[in-house]
Design a protein around this ligand. Structure first.
Ligand SMILES: Nc1ncnc2c1ncn2[C@@H]1O[C@H](COP(=O)(O)OP(=O)(O)OP(=O)(O)O)[C@@H](O)[C@H]1O
Ligand SMILES: [Mg+2]
Length: 268
């Protein structure tokens, strides 16, 4: 069984890639600590390829990427890069627009190309797939959102700000259309994760929190991803997880609590 975690908000800069990195690398660390041979795969669907840059020590040595699977029929196993014992990455190059263009030339089943080319591979090799999205929906991201109807979890990172909330509302509307057209009848926002959370919340943050509570009641994770410099620092230093960056990291406690809560709720 493979759990798919889609990290998506249509607002830019909200913290999608950081949350994807935190979830993917920490879940892999938990599997490693349990001596499991199961694996996590992080898929980079963003043209900015932030996740790919942060997880690969020598990005210039990446031979194949996600776009090769679509454009050159490269088998997915050739495009996947091993990061650590329990973590792989499916990197992207700056040519994801070419994939979107290619998909638009397909007459029949253009929405299902991701599922066709990657669905069985992902289910066979990975226990968890975490996908980082760009802020806009396009044919490629739509393909990815419908890769699996089973064990499909959409996690929306929101900052305590009005614009971030409206991005989450847009996601809700987009997913409703995906259900309406029967592209994935099980897709909806499963979890809202408050990110870049600050101890000293401004008035704007407090008002936004109330609005988020009203709109997404019951879906908001109790644990938040707090603002912590260790997260971007660990990412830019190309550490494989927070603890490789700093074994005593203060962010470790809240990150573990967040990941355990998400995993428990996903498993119900
Ligand atoms: N918990 C956090 N603590 C500290 N900094 C954070 C945290 N989350 C995100 N950031 C910072 O906020 C900025 C935006 O984060 P990120 O790149 O993850 O957003 P994004 O939603 O992926 O952006 P885009 O829409 O451009 O893909 C980055 O500089 C990142 O380092
Ligand atoms: Mg990003």
């Amino acid at each position: 069984m493979t759990d798919f975690i889609h990290v998506y908000n249509s607002k830019g800069g909200v913290g999608k890639s950081s949350l994807t990195w935190v979830l993917g690398t920490t879940l892999a660390k938990h599997l490693e600590s349990a001596n499991s041979d199961e694996k996590v795969l992080i898929i980079d669907l963003d043209i900015q390829r932030n996740i790919s840059t942060c997880l690969v020590k020598n990005p210039e040595k990446i031979e194949f990427s996600l776009s090769d699977i679509f454009i050159n029929n490269t088998p997915p196993e050739k495009a996947v890069v091993n990061v650590s014992a329990n973590l792989d990455l499916l990197p992207s190059e700056g040519d994801l627009d070419a994939v979107t263009n290619y998909l638009s030339t397909i007459t029949m089943g253009r929405e299902f190309q991701f599922k066709e080319r990657l669905g069985d591979f992902l289910k066979e090799h990975y226990r968890i797939v975490v996908i980082d999205y760009p802020p806009n929906i396009n044919l490629l991201t739509l393909n990815s959102l419908i890769v699996s109807e089973e064990q499909c979890h959409v996690v929306v990172p929101v900052e305590l700000s009005f614009l971030s909330l409206s991005g989450a509302v847009q996601v809700d509307e987009q997913l409703e259309k995906i259900r309406k057209y029967n592209l994935n009848k099980n897709i909806h926002i499963d979890f809202v994760c408050i990110v870049k959370d600050n101890i000293s919340r401004s008035n704007h943050a407090k008002i936004s929190q109330e609005e988020i509570q009203q709109r997404f009641n019951g879906k908001i994770l109790e644990n938040t991803l707090k603002q912590a410099i260790d997260i971007p620092n660990a990412m830019v230093s190309r550490s494989r997880n927070l603890w490789e960056y700093d074994s005593e990291t203060k962010a470790g406690t809240f990150v573990n609590a967040l990941v355990v809560e998400l995993w428990d709720k996903m498993s119900k």
